[in-house]
Ligand binder design. Structure first.
Ligand code: TYM
Length: 306
């Protein structure tokens, strides 16, 4: 069986982007692949954090995986820090990772700019090496993630190839290995729709856990009235009707794509259904669909948390 690994950081609230870009796809994959889904708590300490909150968020994230449909009879679910080998492999990989590769990482540049110099630990820079360890440790074939992790996956592939070049083949056989390659070179699995869910308040920036305004995202645990209110207040435009793929209407495209994924309809069906709707009508359709989709997840979660 081909192998799949993926994880989510237990920071802040898990939102619709995490769900549509990653977690939702895990549920389908666990039926056919050998799957490992972990809660990446070691990644969550690369920025300032509160230990008690992190410990709670780690448990909550595990519960959320299960509530979203991750099935422990099919998938291995665990906390990253409980498997020491992640951190151990990271050290070995760090020693063959050129610093220049890490300096290039867009997320590092963004996060360190936001955090301010005194808060930027070495861990924020070496974060992608730990992510590579998470993946290479399991000789993974595929990694289901959203678009924003593409560069980290590319680095993981380059690192695997570098290690194979430095230590693979006959050299590895002499050390007692099988010969051939040390690591499998993994491939990202980025969904065609949902890989980059955008903010509700700005269709040009990504929905994110760290955005200051909670109005910009739908958290999976938002109550009914909060979801309805966020959708009601989200950014609109003054064009008539609803349409996909108009570069002048990023908000419209984003909300239609969310509706497409949540309703399980095709893009053509959604385009047809919503073409002549005004914003008000479409927003209430979308809010209802979101509430219907998220309520069963929230119900299971409440049971798991008691
Ligand atoms: P994290 O916790 O930031 O995000 C978890 C997953 O959600 C996806 N995602 C999105 N997808 C669509 N639209 C969005 N707006 C959006 N925001 C986030 C992310 O792409 C990701 O798939 N470094 C990783 C966690 C990680 C990991 C790994 C993933 C650590 N080790 C090994 C896979 C394999 C991260 O911080 O994801």
């Amino acid at each position: 069986k081909k192998r799949i690994v993926s994880g989510v950081q237990p920071t802040g609230s898990i939102h619709l982007g995490n769900y549509l870009g990653a977690i939702r796809n895990w549920i389908l994959l666990q039926n056919t692949y050998d799957t490992f889904f972990f809660i990446v708590d070691l990644h969550a300490i690369t920025l300032p954090y509160d230990a008690q909150q992190l410990s709670k968020a780690t448990r909550d994230t595990a519960a959320l995986y299960l509530a979203c449909g991750v099935d422990t009879s099919k998938a291995s679910v665990f906390v990253q820090s409980h498997v020491r080998a992640h951190a151990e492999l990271m050290w070995l990989l760090s020693s063959v990772t050129p610093v220049g590769w890490l300096n290039r990482m867009i997320q590092f540049k963004e996060k360190s700019r936001k955090a301010g110099d005194e808060n930027v630990g070495v861990g924020l820079l070496t974060y992608p090496v730990l992510m590579a360890s998470d993946i290479l440790l399991y000789q993974s074939d595929f990694v289901p993630v959203g678009e924003d992790q593409k560069q980290h996956l590319e680095l993981t592939r380059e690192l695997a190839e570098r290690v194979n070049h430095l230590f693979g083949g006959r050299k590895w056989k002499k050390l007692g290995g099988r010969g051939g390659s040390v690591f499998k070179v993994p491939e990202p699995l980025i969904p065609p729709v949902g890989a980059r869910v955008m903010s509700l308040t700005d269709g040009l920036s990504k929905m994110s856990k760290s955005a200051p305004s909670d109005q910009s995202r739908i958290n999976l645990l938002d109550p009914k009235d909060v979801i309805a209110n966020k959708i009601k207040r989200c950014k609109t435009d003054s064009f008539p009707g609803m349409e996909f793929d108009n570069p002048e209407r990023p908000e419209c495209n984003n909300l239609l794509s969310i509706y497409q994924l949540i309703s399980g309809k095709t893009k053509e069906e959604v385009a047809e259904e919503c073409r002549d709707m005004n914003w008000g009508t479409f927003k209430s359709l979308l809010a209802d669909a979101l509430i219907d989709h998220l309520q069963p997840i929230q119900k299971v979660l409440r049971k798991l948390q008691v």
